[in-house]
Design a protein around this ligand. Structure first.
Ligand code: 13P
Length: 254
């Protein structure tokens, strides 16, 4: 049984006061939904104070990125060992990092290795562009991103994969549950080729892209989909709590 997983990617939003207020507004409700692993991914600078707030609760934290070196002359970068102890997860290979910061699959792979070596768990994001989707290249693109992202890494069941079709991120145009379920089945197949079927069956794979309380049920109903990586809706306490609540409800029914 894979534990359902909902992560909120706050992206470059909230200052410290706003972040703390957001967590305070939802912590009590989230704490009641313990059958879902709930992860908040605030900006780096808010990790420590938010950790102080959620410590002892069932809520985990994640970072949104990290550099792959342990330390050194890399002005402005943050290493895995700087955030170890502040969070459990690190989002890696998000399409915004690939697009705006030119991260390649090789860079993402180096980051996945560095994160695992520090005892943190990566949330590895993959996803195709609209153009690739329309050209029928989704399978090829995702297989490459998963294979290259996990290259030379032995079985690691702490790894979480997030399938985020780029055309669905921040657009209000989510994939359908069936589309996402089928594509995530394909991603699981790729992981099975790398790590064996039994291990692949234990890896959590999320859908991300315009997830809200109104459409989350459609995704969570799919047996292949273990949860969601939520952007915009994770910045509103009531919306995020609703997504976690519906996830718990649907997964308990199935
Ligand atoms: P939205 O939920 O705002 O579409 O963002 C999805 C995302 O990129 C999460 O990582």
């Amino acid at each position: 049984m894979r534990k359902p997983f909902i992560a909120g990617n706050w992206k470059m939003n909230t200052n410290l006061a706003e972040g703390l207020a957001l967590v305070k507004a939802m912590l009590g409700d989230l704490e009641k939904l313990k059958s879902v692993e709930t992860v908040l991914c605030p900006p780096f600078v808010s990790l420590q104070p938010i950790m102080d707030l959620v410590r002892g609760s069932s809520i985990y934290l994640g970072a949104q990125n990290v550099y792959f070196k342990e330390s050194g002359a890399y002005t402005g970068e943050v290493s895995p060992r700087m955030i170890a102890g502040l969070c459990k997860y690190v989002i890696l290979g998000h399409s915004e990092r690939r697009q705006y910061f030119l991260e390649t699959d090789a860079v993402v792979n180096a980051k996945v290795k560095a994160v695992l070596a520090t005892g943190l768990a990566p949330i590895l994001c993959v996803g195709e562009t609209l153009e690739q989707n329309e050209a029928g290249k989704t399978g090829e693109v995702l297989t490459r991103q998963v294979r290259d992202g996990l290259k030379d890494i032995a079985v690691e069941k702490s790894v979480v994969i997030a399938y985020e079709p780029i055309w669905a991120i921040g657009t209000g145009r989510a994939a359908t549950g069936a589309q996402a379920g089928q594509t995530i089945g394909l991603i699981r197949h790729t992981i099975a080729e790398l790590w064996g079927g039994e291990n692949a069956d234990e890896i959590r794979i999320l859908y991300g892209g315009s997830v809200t309380g109104s459409n989350v049920t459609e995704f969570i109903k799919e047996t292949q989909i273990d949860g969601a990586l939520v952007g915009g809706a994770s910045l509103k306490a009531a919306d995020f709590v609703e997504i976690v609540r519906l996830t718990e409800k649907i997964k308990q029914q199935s």
